[in-house]
Design a protein around this ligand. Structure first.
Ligand SMILES: [Zn+2]
Length: 305
């Protein structure tokens, strides 16, 4: 069965909102006089509170000519000549489409008929609104009005904000990843199984050691939510100066280790270092001692009481 999850709002999803807000922020916004409001209703042949598109009830206003297209201001403004009283369903059906293309589109005609309009009313509505649209002032050329210097600054400021959003999104994604993995109910028992498995592999005679050079261990670390941080989180917590990637140093510390995650990060990082840098020298006894100690401790720490 397909289960529809709620949509996940994120910062990237806000970039078109930012573009729109940038466009609308510089667009003139002119409040009409009483006389202009009356004239508008007369021209559109509707009453107050009526939708000009479907003649139903409506308290929204549609910009007949959209203010924003492809993230840029069109130069059309918010003034009564460009506004059409409408219902929310007509408003969202029209979206940013051109009135003349949208209104007589077969889908829209079908929609209007469902609302009770007949062919002649639809035709009449089309002509009234098309005539209203033809009176709209031509779009303003903002770039020409403010001059190249200010216009370029405007574009740059928008780009900068969108770039910041993107950067912050990447940061949040990282956190989300960590939180999701670490909050999984079964992750501690998964870690226990992981530690047990690798303890027994490293306990075996050397022929098993080749397995450490395969991706398996690293992939499992990723799946469990361990991070390759060069062992920094582990050293920061437990090191008394020297990095703990030496077996003799780890041995002095291992009993005090109580943090599963930084230990997992250290295992992951040490594995990566070993497979990346020491491929030629192979898996030494010291390596084996280090991993065995680390995995045993991980096994104990993840043992659910
Ligand atoms: Zn409507």
């Amino acid at each position: 069965m397909k289960y529809k999850m709620p949509s996940k709002a994120d910062l990237n999803g806000r970039s078109s909102t930012i573009s729109n807000a940038f466009a609308i922020s510089i667009t003139p916004y002119i409040t009409p006089t009483e006389a202009e409001i009356k004239e508008s209703y007369d021209l559109l042949k509707i009453k107050e509170g009526q939708c000009a598109y479907c003649l139903g009830e409506g308290n929204s206003k549609d910009h007949l000519k959209p203010l924003v297209r492809k993230g840029m201001p069109t130069g059309y403004i918010t003034a009564i000549g460009n506004l059409v009283p409408c219902c929310s369903s007509c408003n969202s059906a029209k979206g940013a489409k051109e009135f003349k293309e949208w209104y007589l589109d077969p889908n829209n005609i079908a929609r209007l008929k469902k609302k009770g309009l007949d062919d002649s009313t639809i035709k009449e509505r089309f002509e009234i609104i098309a005539a209203y649209e033809d009176k709209i002032e031509p779009p303003l050329d903002y770039e020409q009005i403010v001059g190249k210097k200010l216009w370029n600054e405007y574009i740059d400021r928008k780009k900068r904000l969108i770039a910041i959003l993107k950067e912050d999104q990447e940061f949040c994604d990282r956190l989300n990843d960590i939180i999701t993995k670490k909050s999984r109910k079964n992750s501690i028992s998964d870690i226990h199984r992981f530690a047990e498995k690798w303890c027994s592999i490293f306990d075996e005679p050397p022929q098993n050691a080749d397995r450490i050079f395969e991706d398996e261990l690293g992939n499992e670390c990723v799946a469990l939510g361990f991070e390759m941080d060069c062992g920094q989180s582990f050293d920061k917590k437990y090191s008394k100066g020297e990095p703990l990637n030496r077996a003799d140093l780890l041995e002095q510390t291992i009993d005090s280790v109580d943090d599963i995650w930084s230990l997992g990060n250290a295992i992951f990082s040490n594995w990566r270092g070993l497979t990346y840098w020491s491929f030629e020298s192979g898996f030494t006894d010291e390596n084996r001692a280090w991993f065995l100690m680390a995995f045993r401790r991980l096994k104990d720490l993840s043992c659910e009481k």
